[in-house]
Design a protein around this ligand. Sequence first.
Ligand code: NAD
Ligand code: TYD
Length: 339
Amino acid sequence: MNIIVTGGAGFIGSNFIFHMLKKYPEYRIICLDKLTYAGSLSTLEPVMDKPNFRFAKADICDREAVNELFEDEHPDIVVNFAAESHVDRSIEDPGVFLQTNIIGTATLMDVCRKYGIKRYHQVSTDEVYGDLPLDRPDLFFTEETPIHTSSPYSSSKAGADLLVMAYHRTYGLPVTISRCSNNYGPYHFPEKLIPLMIANALADKPLPVYGEGLNVRDWLYVEDHCKAIDLIIHKGRVGEVYNIGGHNEMRNIDIVKLICKELGKPESLITHVTDRKGHDMRYAIDPTKIHNELGWLPETKFADGIKKTIKWYLENQKWWKDIINGEYQNYYDKMYGNR
Ligand code: NAD
Ligand code: TYD
């Protein structure tokens, strides 16, 4: 089995590659990644020399380059993680989100059609469903929840999902889509809430909580997400959407306080800053479908996952310090300097 994993030099894609190479040593895994600010070859270092792994630097919007790779590798399955993924960046500059997330997805699927792929899997997000009110804890996102986006990021992901379903209905492309809640774990880029707070707390820097910090996210350990995608590409029904989430809702402020506690840092580091524009209040996934059909359940409890994650950031400081000390510093100054 030959699998092309796009965006595999980023957070979830790299974890997925590690999972697949370990579980299926007989598969060939090809990572296609543009290596934007969010992708790094240092992340893939542990697998770079494996004979059944190949890295190809390319943009999913570059039809010729994608064609060439398919010509070489004749993949059976494509799993598309490649995306611009940070909501705050999408608010500053939506253009690249539309380009990569929508045009890139269409380009990739065109090439999949040409080469008669067995499965195209689109890694999507629960953010396509918009948000839920804090005073209705009985409400959850199901696969039937209407698409109702808030940010340029979620709109671009929703646009991609609609195209994926259109390619299935119009051209018969064998697709599946997964919509997952917030992930955390190793190799999470330090612009996102959990790694940013760990890095800042370790440096005794202010912990910038947007608004009151009452927004709720449904956190899932990245390995559980990877296992769900593994199940979907092997056993999921073509043309179907599967929600992935762990019934693990937490308020941002409580996550930040927990990180302070685990690291032995004072809560006085917490600084409330200007809220995100259009900030979604609550995400909460109903994972009944993937549980009933594929037997998936999250395995890592948040209390354990957050400890493992913090330990990883403590033991792998070079990985994230190289990022923080590089070009990322300009982004941080721009986003948080006058907030
Ligand atoms: P990430 O930002 O860490 O990684 C994205 C990767 O895609 C990087 O390696 C980057 O170099 C690559 N990339 C970007 N543009 C590209 C292009 N044009 N061509 C080829 N490669 C390109 O993202 P992530 O957090 O790992 O998310 C992966 C996927 O999962 C995304 O599609 C995202 O929407 C989705 N998702 C993420 C979360 C989450 O909590 N992080 C939750 C649900 C869904
Ligand atoms: P983030 O990790 O960007 O993921 P998403 O926006 O996709 O949910 O943010 C998670 C939550 O944390 C979100 O409600 C915004 C909030 N947040 C902060 O309060 N401070 C920060 O510095 C960041 C990056 C996020």
